[in-house]
Design a protein around this ligand. Sequence first.
Ligand SMILES: [Zn+2]
Ligand SMILES: [Zn+2]
Length: 211
Amino acid sequence: MASLQRLLLGIALLGASIASAEDAPQRVVAIVPLGPVKQEYLERVAQEIQSRMNVQVRIEPQRELPSEAFYKPRKRWRAEKLLDALDASPPAGAWRVVGVTEAEISTTKGDIVDWGIAGLANIGGPSCVLSAFIYKKHSKEKDVLLRRLGDLAVHEFGHTLGFPHCEAKGCVMADAKGKAITSADESSGQYCAQCLETLSPEDRAFIKKQP
Ligand SMILES: [Zn+2]
Ligand SMILES: [Zn+2]
């Protein structure tokens, strides 16, 4: 009788652990198109993030580029203001937000008031923003463009995880140093072991094993 009770208790505990795993809220990464963005760009970004993390990636409806982010002198969009707009109104339930645009974006870099960039994120912040503009301009083949855009997504997303720039060879968190194209081509596309070590155990649990 005692052993039957133990067995039943064991089954009950097993049931409870299955239920709690299912009930645990899944982390949602929301991809927000800012202005018109080709579906294949959005899908590539979604796929790159999905292949590295156990999260639910959701492509959201398109939003207008916020007018306050427009930088008239250069007719392009200020990336830090795009981040502010995403931070201010994230899609419901989003753990992280990835803004994607085909528009040209820029930010202030050192003494340069308006410097063209491919992407921007606040370290450890909830949002990052990616632009396909530079890659569209400089990639002859679509495959190359998509690979570069995918790498950029992993890089900027890494900043939201708290990763600063990293010197390790091939690490996707390498500083582009103003050369978005060549740096993307030297990247392995993966976070290096040193970067991953800095994650909290809770965050690390969401990282998929890398090939
Ligand atoms: Zn960076
Ligand atoms: Zn690294």
